[in-house]
Write a protein that binds this ligand. Structure first.
Ligand SMILES: [Zn+2]
Ligand SMILES: [Zn+2]
Length: 166
Protein backbone atom coordinates (compact mmCIF):
# COMPACT_ATOMS: atom_id res chain seq x y z
CA UNK A 1 0.00 0.00 0.00
CA UNK A 2 1.06 3.55 -0.71
CA UNK A 3 -0.57 6.71 0.57
CA UNK A 4 -0.83 8.11 -2.93
CA UNK A 5 0.95 10.25 -5.50
CA UNK A 6 0.78 13.39 -3.38
CA UNK A 7 3.47 11.87 -1.18
CA UNK A 8 7.13 11.40 -1.90
CA UNK A 9 8.19 7.84 -2.66
CA UNK A 10 11.29 5.86 -1.76
CA UNK A 11 12.36 6.21 -5.40
CA UNK A 12 12.59 10.00 -5.28
CA UNK A 13 16.29 10.70 -5.68
CA UNK A 14 15.91 14.34 -4.72
CA UNK A 15 14.49 13.46 -1.35
CA UNK A 16 17.05 14.10 1.38
CA UNK A 17 15.95 13.04 4.84
CA UNK A 18 15.82 15.94 7.25
CA UNK A 19 14.00 14.35 10.17
CA UNK A 20 12.43 11.01 10.91
CA UNK A 21 9.41 10.11 12.99
CA UNK A 22 8.12 6.81 14.33
CA UNK A 23 5.36 5.45 16.49
CA UNK A 24 6.04 4.03 19.93
CA UNK A 25 6.42 0.41 18.79
CA UNK A 26 8.41 1.36 15.70
CA UNK A 27 6.20 -0.48 13.21
CA UNK A 28 5.32 2.82 11.54
CA UNK A 29 8.06 5.22 10.45
CA UNK A 30 8.25 8.13 8.07
CA UNK A 31 10.64 10.90 7.16
CA UNK A 32 10.45 14.45 5.90
CA UNK A 33 12.79 16.36 3.58
CA UNK A 34 11.79 19.84 4.69
CA UNK A 35 10.93 21.87 7.73
CA UNK A 36 7.26 22.25 8.57
CA UNK A 37 5.55 25.29 7.09
CA UNK A 38 3.93 26.05 10.46
CA UNK A 39 3.25 24.51 13.83
CA UNK A 40 0.43 25.07 16.24
CA UNK A 41 -1.16 23.85 19.42
CA UNK A 42 -4.86 22.94 19.44
CA UNK A 43 -6.93 22.89 22.62
CA UNK A 44 -10.21 21.72 21.10
CA UNK A 45 -12.23 19.04 22.81
CA UNK A 46 -11.80 16.60 19.91
CA UNK A 47 -8.03 16.79 20.25
CA UNK A 48 -8.26 16.44 24.02
CA UNK A 49 -10.24 13.22 23.66
CA UNK A 50 -8.48 11.72 20.63
CA UNK A 51 -5.06 12.29 22.19
CA UNK A 52 -6.10 11.74 25.81
CA UNK A 53 -4.07 14.87 26.48
CA UNK A 54 -4.81 18.52 27.31
CA UNK A 55 -3.76 19.74 23.85
CA UNK A 56 -2.42 18.67 20.48
CA UNK A 57 0.88 19.93 19.03
CA UNK A 58 1.06 19.57 15.25
CA UNK A 59 3.61 20.53 12.60
CA UNK A 60 2.29 21.09 9.09
CA UNK A 61 4.06 19.64 6.06
CA UNK A 62 3.35 19.49 2.36
CA UNK A 63 2.63 15.86 1.48
CA UNK A 64 5.33 16.00 -1.18
CA UNK A 65 7.87 16.43 1.64
CA UNK A 66 6.71 13.28 3.46
CA UNK A 67 7.44 9.64 2.73
CA UNK A 68 6.90 6.43 4.64
CA UNK A 69 9.78 4.08 5.31
CA UNK A 70 7.86 1.45 7.28
CA UNK A 71 4.42 0.32 8.29
CA UNK A 72 2.04 1.94 5.82
CA UNK A 73 0.00 -1.25 6.11
CA UNK A 74 -0.24 -0.72 9.85
CA UNK A 75 -1.84 2.72 9.59
CA UNK A 76 -5.33 3.08 10.98
CA UNK A 77 -7.56 5.84 9.65
CA UNK A 78 -10.49 7.44 11.37
CA UNK A 79 -12.63 10.33 10.21
CA UNK A 80 -13.66 11.87 13.51
CA UNK A 81 -16.00 14.47 11.98
CA UNK A 82 -18.07 11.72 10.33
CA UNK A 83 -17.36 9.03 12.93
CA UNK A 84 -16.25 6.67 10.19
CA UNK A 85 -13.42 4.17 10.42
CA UNK A 86 -12.14 5.02 7.00
CA UNK A 87 -9.61 7.14 5.14
CA UNK A 88 -11.85 9.94 4.00
CA UNK A 89 -9.91 13.19 4.29
CA UNK A 90 -9.40 14.94 6.59
CA UNK A 91 -8.84 12.09 8.99
CA UNK A 92 -6.84 10.87 11.96
CA UNK A 93 -3.92 8.52 11.39
CA UNK A 94 -2.58 6.18 14.06
CA UNK A 95 -0.57 2.96 14.43
CA UNK A 96 -2.99 0.04 14.57
CA UNK A 97 -0.50 -1.98 16.62
CA UNK A 98 0.53 0.34 19.46
CA UNK A 99 -2.13 3.02 19.11
CA UNK A 100 0.21 5.99 18.81
CA UNK A 101 -1.45 8.92 17.03
CA UNK A 102 0.73 9.61 13.97
CA UNK A 103 -0.81 12.62 12.24
CA UNK A 104 -3.89 14.38 11.04
CA UNK A 105 -4.06 13.83 7.29
CA UNK A 106 -5.61 16.76 5.48
CA UNK A 107 -6.53 16.95 1.82
CA UNK A 108 -3.23 18.58 0.92
CA UNK A 109 -1.22 18.78 4.09
CA UNK A 110 0.21 16.37 6.62
CA UNK A 111 -0.09 17.49 10.24
CA UNK A 112 2.55 15.43 12.01
CA UNK A 113 3.02 15.27 15.75
CA UNK A 114 6.47 16.57 16.68
CA UNK A 115 6.82 14.37 19.76
CA UNK A 116 7.31 11.41 17.38
CA UNK A 117 10.36 12.97 15.72
CA UNK A 118 14.00 12.04 16.31
CA UNK A 119 15.25 15.29 17.77
CA UNK A 120 18.00 13.61 19.74
CA UNK A 121 18.36 12.79 23.40
CA UNK A 122 17.84 15.11 25.14
CA UNK A 123 15.43 16.47 22.56
CA UNK A 124 16.40 19.65 20.77
CA UNK A 125 13.28 20.92 19.08
CA UNK A 126 14.16 22.86 15.90
CA UNK A 127 12.74 26.38 15.74
CA UNK A 128 10.58 25.48 12.73
CA UNK A 129 8.66 22.99 14.88
CA UNK A 130 7.93 25.46 17.63
CA UNK A 131 4.28 26.48 17.78
CA UNK A 132 3.41 29.91 16.42
CA UNK A 133 0.00 30.10 18.08
CA UNK A 134 -2.64 28.31 20.12
CA UNK A 135 -6.05 27.59 18.61
CA UNK A 136 -9.34 26.74 20.31
CA UNK A 137 -7.80 28.18 23.45
CA UNK A 138 -11.32 28.93 24.62
CA UNK A 139 -11.72 25.17 25.25
CA UNK A 140 -8.47 24.77 27.15
CA UNK A 141 -8.17 22.64 30.25
CA UNK A 142 -4.69 23.96 31.06
CA UNK A 143 -3.42 27.54 30.87
CA UNK A 144 -0.26 28.18 28.88
CA UNK A 145 2.00 31.16 29.52
CA UNK A 146 4.31 31.41 26.52
CA UNK A 147 3.56 34.77 24.90
CA UNK A 148 2.11 33.24 21.73
CA UNK A 149 -1.20 34.41 20.22
CA UNK A 150 -4.16 32.49 21.62
CA UNK A 151 -7.23 32.25 19.42
CA UNK A 152 -10.56 31.30 20.97
CA UNK A 153 -11.31 29.14 17.90
CA UNK A 154 -9.75 28.92 14.46
CA UNK A 155 -6.66 31.00 13.72
CA UNK A 156 -7.52 34.50 12.52
CA UNK A 157 -11.23 33.61 12.45
CA UNK A 158 -11.93 34.05 16.14
CA UNK A 159 -10.99 36.39 18.93
CA UNK A 160 -7.62 36.65 20.62
CA UNK A 161 -7.73 35.72 24.29
CA UNK A 162 -5.64 37.03 27.13
CA UNK A 163 -3.02 34.71 28.47
CA UNK A 164 -3.86 34.87 32.12
CA UNK A 165 -7.17 34.24 33.75
CA UNK A 166 -8.62 37.33 35.39
ZN1 LIG B 1 3.23 1.41 16.60
ZN1 LIG C 1 -8.11 20.28 17.90
Amino acid sequence: MHLGPQYASLNDRGFIRRYGARCYCGAVAYEVCADPVDAKVCHCRDCQTLHAAPMQWAAIFHKRDVRFTAGVDHLRFYNSARNRYERSLPCKVSCELCGTPIADEGRNMWLGFPTLFDFGDPRQVPDAFRPTCHIFYGMRVIDVIDGLPKWSGHKEQSTLLQERRT
